[in-house]
Design a binder for this molecule. Structure first.
Ligand code: SF4
Length: 570
């Protein structure tokens, strides 16, 4: 590949320290042995301000203060520790003060970045959203969020411009239709990813819906699991396309078939991106559907008790896995938390089909599901409400969100499919998108995110539009993931073209918004981390040309059937 002038490129009680884990084998343990704040090794005293805040008061308790004090007295009354810490456990982040450019982010104090408005995240946990739920989600946006609503790659709905005064009313409306913001953010079990076609796909291995519902019922809001070392991401799918990005979650249950026992789930642990990307490690086991919640509890308990709490930059489960290795992890899980051994089973094969579910597909019951794309997850309250109306009007079962900032309308009768396809198109949701629109994602970016260095959503929308004009007949999906900073919320390292926002130099030597490029990463069909090519830095203004050049090079040079990632790896 050449591009213009550049080169190729259980059970334990957290208050009672458990017995120490056996030390990891020396060969795997390169860093000196010192406490990392693991509760299970007796480190109960907080080693940093975040740990202190969680110890001082369980973050779930902040809801009462929001309802009884802050929403009545206004933004100025909010305690700083609650505002920048505990609010997250209820899905609330302050949004970025307008007008701050990316270069200023690191130099300002937290209070200088905070706007008086909030981002609010609603978790869907892979559940089916009916017409009424969609209309409630839409009305909250139009009534309280200036008609903003983004679909995230974790199947959440994200609002902006929320005022603290309105939060209790929003909770009442959401909870009246079975939705919640609890633990949508924070050091907690965040929103789950579930297969958007669970229970309906003709080629499904196993329907995991009941397991996700049970995990949610038992553990979300349970104080036993509301003080984790950091966030904990869950994914579960019984679909052979592995449609929930299981490679990059802390814990994933992935459909598999045991030769004797039949369908069940393999267990993958320790995936995550950000600044130290790691793909999940596969245990190679078989877990029956009814055991999934107990095993989930075991895995999150290992994380809670043995996870590193000294440095937040090392507090995700992936760092424990990197030090322990998967065999040691399995041993601790089985011996200390499950009290039994798991059944061995080869891990499921790499998928052979794309798992974004875009287009019209027949269900196993003869009805159809329609996978549709907004552009880079950006919709609105108006569209959500209209979507609810269409679900009712066309007699569909409901809508599930996807792990790719898209959505799927399920349970449509055959004779109503074409009418619904046209109606969805009229509100900007296409079943037949270009490959550019289908495969581009963007994080929140500088418009609202305090950590952002560059604009992402608007930039990605413009990029898609320009690429559709320049290369309208692209015949294969090429994933483009646009991120506003190194945190990789839109998965920088697992895209064909992953873009990490940073300041770069333009031709005149000025610092301007731009991106570090990672090439050739992927999930599903060809999982792997992309190459970070130091020479591939591009200004935001030159992004259209950069992507055009790279993709044109691929299209000119590819062999029959060769993927973008394989071409990059040549
Ligand atoms: Fe914000 Fe960075 Fe995440 Fe984008 S990647 S949403 S800029 S933290």
């Amino acid at each position: 590949m050449t591009t213009h002038s550049q080169s190729r490129t259980g059970a334990s009680d957290p208050s009672t320290p458990a017995p120490a884990a056996r030390p990891a084998p020396a060969a795997r343990r390169s860093r000196p042995a010192r406490g990392e704040g693991q509760w299970a090794l007796g480190y109960r005293e907080p080693l940093n301000a975040n740990e202190q805040s969680k110890k001082d008061d369980n973050p779930l308790n902040v809801r009462a203060r929001i309802e009884n004090i802050y929403s009545r007295r206004g933004f100025a009354s909010i305690d700083g520790g609650d505002l920048r810490g505990r609010f997250r456990w209820w899905g609330l982040y302050t949004q970025r003060k307008p007008g701050l450019d990316g270069g200023k982010t690191g130099a300002l104090a937290p209070e200088e970045l905070d706007d008086e408005f909030f981002m609010l995240r609603v978790r869907s946990d892979g559940a089916l959203l009916g017409a009424e739920q969609l209309r409630v989600l839409g009305a909250i946006s139009t009534d309280f969020g200036r008609d903003t609503a983004d679909l995230t790659d974790r199947q959440n709905v994200q609002y902006h411009w929320i005022r603290i005064e309105d939060v209790p009313t929003i909770w009442q409306r959401l909870e009246a239709v079975g939705l919640q913001t609890q633990e949508a953010c924070g050091d907690s079990p965040r929103g789950f990813l579930g297969s958007p076609v669970a229970g309906v796909a003709a080629d499904e291995i196993i329907d995991g819906t009941s397991a996700l519902e049970e995990i949610k019922r038992r553990y979300i809001g349970d104080p036993e699991f509301s003080n984790l070392p950091r966030k904990f991401k869950t994914a579960l799918t019984g679909h052979p396309s592995q449609d929930v990005a299981p490679e990059i979650n802390d814990v994933s249950f992935v459909g598999t078939v045991h030769p004797e026992h039949g369908p069940g789930f393999d267990l993958w642990v320790g995936g995550g991106l950000s600044t130290n990307p790691m793909l999940a490690q596969k245990l190679g086991v078989w877990i029956p559907l009814e055991d999934v919640p107990d095993v989930w509890e075991g895995v999150i308990s290992v994380f809670r008790d043995y996870g590193y709490r000294r440095l937040r930059s090392r507090a995700r489960l992936k760092f424990l896995l990197a030090d322990w290795g998967v065999e040691r992890f399995r041993e601790v899980l089985e011996e200390k938390y499950l009290g039994r051994t798991l059944v061995d089973c080869p891990s499921p094969p790499v998928p052979t089909a794309n798992g974004d579910h875009i287009g019209v597909h027949r269900q196993k019951d003869g009805l159809f599901y329609l996978g549709v794309t907004p552009t880079v997850g950006r919709i609105s309250g108006t569209v959500l409400s209209r979507l609810g109306d269409l679900v009712e009007e066309y007699g569909a079962a409901g809508v599930r969100l996807t792990a790719y900032q898209k959505l799927v309308v399920l349970g449509v009768e055959e004779e109503r499919v074409e009418g619904l396809v046209a109606a969805l198109e009229r509100i900007g949701l296409s079943t037949r998108p270009s490959n550019w629109r289908r495969s581009t994602m963007a994080c929140t970016g500088i418009e609202f995110c305090k950590l952002a260095i560059v604009d992402t959503k608007d930039r990605a929308v413009a990029l898609v539009s320009e690429l559709e004009r320049r290369i309208p007949d692209l015949d294969t999906p090429i994933t483009v993931n646009v991120n506003g900073c190194p945190n990789a919320c839109a998965r920088t390292q697992v895209a064909d073209i992953g873009l990490k926002g940073q300041l770069v130099l333009d031709d005149d030597g000025n610092q301007v918004e731009g991106f570090q490029v990672h090439l050739g990463g992927g999930l599903g069909l060809q999982p792997g981390l992309g190459k970070k090519l130091r020479a591939h830095k591009v200004t935001s203004a030159a992004l259209d040309d950069y992507v055009t050049n790279v993709v044109t090079g691929y299209l000119d040079e590819r062999h029959d059937g060769e993927s973008f990632a394989s071409w990059v790896a040549r």
